[in-house]
Design a protein around this ligand. Structure first.
Ligand SMILES: Nc1ncnc2c1ncn2[C@@H]1O[C@H](COP(=O)(O)OP(=O)(O)O)[C@@H](O)[C@H]1O
Ligand SMILES: [Mg+2]
Length: 294
């Protein structure tokens, strides 16, 4: 099991009036090659949970195993020496793309910005240049055109791609994306999601995407984790989750637009499945219900 989280708890500002239990006894296993979507309202603990995976948030209690790395909490203090993994190697394994990563660009040129993380984990020389070039190309930018420009001269969408390229240049096997489509227009959202799919196929087999958009997770993810109040409420496939109307109501989760439309048609008497997740599936269901196809 490449990612196994056991009894993870996390408290912010412990012992102060601002104390906040952000994670409550979370247990979770993610297999190699899966595409996970993580949903839940703002403040439900999604970012706190997944920023543990590259030790950006220091584990307080519980255990996290990622491939050969093990993180064990020490009550909020620095982990004991024997429980301190090689953090550089861990950060190379788990790539983390934060919300609005474009705000964290800082270098004078795009190439320097993309190189930063890889350089930090010890990549240098020709290999560094090669990684930077291929990461910039992978995110759909023209290396010759952008590499020596200032990242601040690029458009918002281009800046986000540069930030993503900086993570890819570290050659992670696990990619965590915190709301990668936030603030983009519909076309920008689709482009980024298609890009994530391509990255999953070619570079990072395991992808974890935090999202507020039910259409996105329904269309792209194999598994969905639902967080609420610091707890992991359930893990399910999109088809299973979005066909349970009452459960969705209890968890205050919206249906994907296309699933809601299928339910509406169904309640109007058209015999279409209520658990469709994409427009193509709905079209197929309507044609079948109308007797146009088998
Ligand atoms: N740096 C922080 N200090 C104190 N409380 C925090 C901090 N970051 C997050 N929290 C609190 O922890 C809870 C979980 O936050 P977060 O993991 O950011 O949730 P999500 O990503 O689902 O919006 C929220 O109640 C939030 O207010
Ligand atoms: Mg968050």
């Amino acid at each position: 099991m490449p990612i196994k989280i056991t009894d993870l708890n996390y408290v912010y500002s412990k012992g102060t009036p601002f104390q906040k239990a952000a994670l409550k006894n979370v247990n979770l296993e993610i297999a190699d090659g899966e595409f996970w979507g993580v949903i839940g309202h703002t403040g439900s603990g999604k970012s706190t949970l997944f920023s543990h995976l590259n030790a950006l948030t220091r584990i307080q209690s519980g255990k996290i195993e990622i491939d050969e790395f093990t993180l064990i909490g020490n009550g909020g203090k620095k982990p004991k020496r024997k429980h301190r993994p090689d953090y550089k190697a861990l950060r190379a394994r788990v790539g983390m793309v934060f919300q609005y990563p474009e705000y964290q660009l800082f270098a004078e040129t795009v190439a320097d910005d993309v190189a930063f993380g890889a350089k930090n984990i010890g990549v240098k020389g020709d290999e560094l240049n090669e990684r930077v070039k291929s990461a910039i190309e992978m995110v759909g930018l023209d290396y010759n055109e952008v590499s020596s420009r200032s990242p601040f001269d690029l458009s918002g969408g281009q800046k986000r791609r540069v930030a993503l390229a900086g993570v890819l240049a570290m050659h992670p096997k696990i990619l965590v994306l915190d709301e990668p489509t936030a603030g983009l227009d519909p076309r920008g959202k689709r482009e980024i999601l298609d890009l994530i799919t391509k990255i999953k196929e070619t570079l990072c087999p395991t992808v974890i995407m935090i999202s507020h958009n039910m259409d996105e997770v329904a269309r792209y993810c194999d598994k969905i984790a639902v967080m609420a109040g610091g707890e992991l409420k359930l893990v399910s496939t999109p088809a299973e989750l979005f066909s349970q109307t009452e459960l969705l109501r209890d968890l205050h989760i919206e249906m994907p637009g296309v699933t809601a439309l299928a339910c509406e048609l169904n309640s109007l008497g058209l015999n279409v499945s209520r658990s469709v997740l994409t427009e193509a599936q709905l079209v197929e269901e309507i044609l079948r219900a109308k007797g146009v196809t088998e």
